[in-house]
Design a protein around this ligand. Structure first.
Ligand code: 13P
Length: 254
């Protein structure tokens, strides 16, 4: 498994709406040699849709995986501007980010939509990275658990345990995203432990023990180590710091 937790560490780069072809390709050729020998960790690069194919080609022969940042739940049809799980598989994706707070905030994604996307990802054998996290106001009014539970929207309950085992949950407090103000590792650990307990209550401890939980929000090469020391944090979903091959490689090699 490559880790004392018995769960494989997973570090994912969410490039968001950044990196055109030359930057994306340049990133991969610079990044790969820097993470040589770190196959014990699962590393996923999530570029924008138009660059999936180019990044896939650049990753050819390497152990680093390709992921997408979003998907539609239908396989095909009249959904102008959307991308289906079939298309993501066809483009070489193995992972997909689902329910990122920026999608919820700017594109009106509801818990219901996130739930449908999650089911579609599982049905197409795409490993979903489900994002949950509270706003500052929600945290300050003690509603973190309630909000996170609602965002999961009973998802685990409606999925077979085998699928839940493969789920990656990214705990990303909204106030920590892109702000340079990360959560305190101990606070992130508290939420991660609670998430794992919740999955355990729904599916039993063996499933909960296998679900991987990432922290996301202003992760840097400097602070990754302190998050990874926490017992229930199995990796990170990285935005800004994943745009530099040197920095993201330092995060992978924490
Ligand atoms: P930053 O790492 O830029 O804070 O973004 C986090 C994030 O939203 C990853 O999905």
């Amino acid at each position: 498994m490559g880790d004392v937790r018995g769960r494989r560490v997973i570090l994912a780069a969410n490039w968001k709406m950044n990196q055109v072809t030359a930057e994306a390709i340049g990133f991969i050729s610079d990044f790969l040699p820097r993470v040589q020998g770190r196959e014990d960790r699962e590393v996923v690069i999530c570029p924008s849709f138009p660059y999936l194919r180019a990044v896939k080609e650049a990753l050819e022969g390497s152990w680093v995986k390709l992921g997408a940042q979003n998907l539609h739940w239908a396989e095909k049809g009249a959904f102008t501007g959307e991308v289906s799980p079939l298309m993501l598989k066809d483009a070489g994706c193995q992972h997909v980010i689902v329910g990122h707070s920026e999608r919820r905030q700017h594109f009106a994604e509801t818990d219901e939509m996130v739930n449908q996307k999650l089911k579609a990802a599982v049905a197409h054998d795409l490993l979903p990275i489900l994002c949950v996290g509270e706003t500052l106001a929600e945290r300050e009014t003690g509603r973190t658990e309630e909000v996170v539970l609602r965002q999961m929207n009973g998802t685990p309950k409606s999925s077979p345990p085998a699928a839940v085992t493969k789920l990656v949950i990214a705990y990303e407090p909204v106030w920590a995203i892109g702000t340079g103000r990360s959560a305190q590792p101990a606070d992130a650990q508290m939420v991660a432990a609670w998430l794992r307990r919740t999955v355990g209550e729904l599916f039993g401890v063996p499933v909960a023990e296998r679900v991987r939980i990432q922290y996301g929000g202003s992760v840097t090469a400097m602070n990754i180590g302190s998050f990874m020391r926490e017992a229930d944090i199995d990796g990170a979903l990285v935005g800004g710091a994943s745009l530099s091959p040197e920095t993201f490689a330092a995060i992978v090699n924490f």
